[in-house]
Design a protein around this ligand. Structure first.
Ligand code: TRP
Length: 473
């Protein structure tokens, strides 16, 4: 068994001070901040659109509050009990069991690296809109200008996408290397509530559009005939992505917590807030999308095509637009920093014998190289399509719908191998709450049976859909 207890909590080399979170509220905001990001606001709406609405949302909610939540708590507990990075933990288990479990650690880091590259490209899109709204402030004909903001400029210009992603990554690198992450976090904790208020304002305006009854029917009236072979896998992938699971980020995060922090309670709050924000995001985007066309977009440009149309209609829309994209970009920056920090601390633990500064730039250089693929997906690599999907869509699907679930399977194995039953039960049960005695059984059952079962089923059904499609051709 991997050592458990407070003594090991100092063994991980990161810049943050373990067990010394500034205040409870800031600490919660950060936990929520690492889960909430582009996944909720940008990805969830178009995935819901792609998968037909209400029935998919039900599947998503079910998976989020069972499997998502259970794995979230497990990852935090692994981190706090072992105090080590995922790569180190999997290597230790491999040595002890003489089985190649270290591959799970490597897989999760590989996913983090590619997701960081992909995430940077989308963050670059956000930066593009941010600058467009900024420039708009100085335009004479503002509403005309706002009407001209669209995705097409970006889609036709791979170099611009690459440049924006590079700017985003370099800013991340600068923040991490300079060790000013804490200062950035302070800014973020101040901005998050503003973002919340802004989103609620946009939401109320959006729901007052005449299309909202249709939207409510689409989102909350489940039509199960819309589900198909890929729905389970897509819902699973998104749940894992939006809760930042399977990448070792929460393991690192868990190792910062004080021993007396009750991690299941924290997990429940993070999962609930994350899910709530995703629901708010669809309620915000769909009324606009439905009023633009009766066949709303079901691809990654949905958010960026829809929102500017709303800002165009409202008074001071350009200011709201600017504020919204600044907040969204800061949230994306926070997520990218979390990914980058996890990569650096894992790699410098294991492979890179260099200092933190050099490790950071090595990771950034590799990530920059990887951003080339999603950035030029619509231009240079336009012909690299598979199953009618572009390179960026296939990249998203392979990473999030296939590899991430496999990595979470690994995480579950790591959980059961790195601790004994007494250990994790004790970590789960809170003295203040009797109900946790009862919940612990369900939690373990979900981790042991439901999660692996549904993850494997989701992957098998998606593969069946691929085979079916290629046979039909
Ligand atoms: N959950 C984040 C979002 O919804 C995305 C994400 C996935 C992430 N894995 C992560 C963020 C790891 C930080 C760290 O946008």
């Amino acid at each position: 068994m991997i050592s458990s207890g407070s003594n090991s909590a100092t063994s991980n080399s990161t810049t943050r001070r373990r067990g010394s979170w500034r205040s409870r509220i800031a600490f919660y905001l950060l936990a929520v901040g690492s889960a909430c990001g582009l996944g909720n606001i940008w990805r969830f709406p178009y995935v819901v659109g792609e998968n037909g609405g209400g029935a998919f949302i039900l599947v998503y909610l079910f998976l989020s509050l069972t499997i998502g939540l259970s794995v979230l708590i497990a990852e935090l507990i692994i981190g706090r009990s072992t105090g080590a990075s995922l790569l180190k933990i999997t290597r230790k288990i491999s040595v002890q069991t003489k089985k190649p479990f270290f591959w799970f650690g490597r897989l999760s880091l590989f996913i983090s690296l590619v997701i960081l590259a992909y995430y940077s490209v989308i963050s670059g899109w956000v930066l593009h809109f941010l600058t467009q709204f900024l420039v708009g402030l100085f335009h004479q004909e503002q509403s005309q200008y706002l009407g001209s903001i669209s995705m097409s400029v970006l889609m036709e210009n791979g170099l611009l996408q690459f440049a924006l992603a590079s700017v985003h990554l370099l800013i991340c690198g600068f923040i991490v290397v300079k060790g000013v992450t804490e200062r950035f976090e302070r800014i973020l904790t101040a901005v998050l509530p503003i973002f919340g208020i802004l989103v609620i304002l946009i939401l109320t305006r959006s729901l007052s559009l005449p299309s909202s009854p249709d939207v409510l029917r689409f989102l909350f009236y489940p039509d199960f005939s819309k589900l198909n072979l890929t729905s389970l896998g897509h819902a699973m992938g998104h749940v894992l992505f939006t809760l930042s699971l399977g990448m070792g980020v929460l393991v690192t995060f868990g190792s910062y917590f004080k021993q007396d922090e009750h991690l299941p309670t924290l997990g429940v709050r993070v999962a609930l807030v994350d899910t709530l924000i995703s629901i708010v995001a669809v309620l915000m985007i769909f009324p606009i999308a439905f009023s633009i066309s009766n066949k709303p977009l079901t691809d990654p440009s949905l958010l960026f095509e829809a929102l500017p149309k709303l800002f165009m209609k409202i008074q001071y829309g350009q200011y709201f637009g600017l504020a919204f994209f600044i907040c969204l970009w800061l949230a994306a920056l926070n997520a990218s920093i979390a990914l980058l920090e996890t990569l650096i601390s894992n790699l410098s633990d294991r492979f890179l014998k260099t200092d933190r500064f050099s490790s950071a730039w090595i990771v950034i250089a590799v990530t920059l190289f990887l951003t080339v693929f999603p950035a030029f997906s619509g231009t240079l690599f336009r012909n690299l399509t598979l199953m009618n999907q572009s390179l960026i869509e296939n990249l998203d699907s392979v990473l999030i719908n296939y590899l991430l679930p496999v990595s979470v399977l690994g995480m579950i194995v790591v959980f059961f191998k790195s601790m004994n039953e007494m250990d994790y039960k004790e970590k789960f049960v809170s003295e203040q709450s009797e109900s946790s005695q009862m919940l612990v059984k369900n939690w373990i059952w979900v981790l042991k049976w439901l999660a692996p079962g549904l993850i494997i089923l989701g992957i098998v059904l998606q593969l069946a859909a691929v085979i079916k499609n290629s046979l039909l051709k």
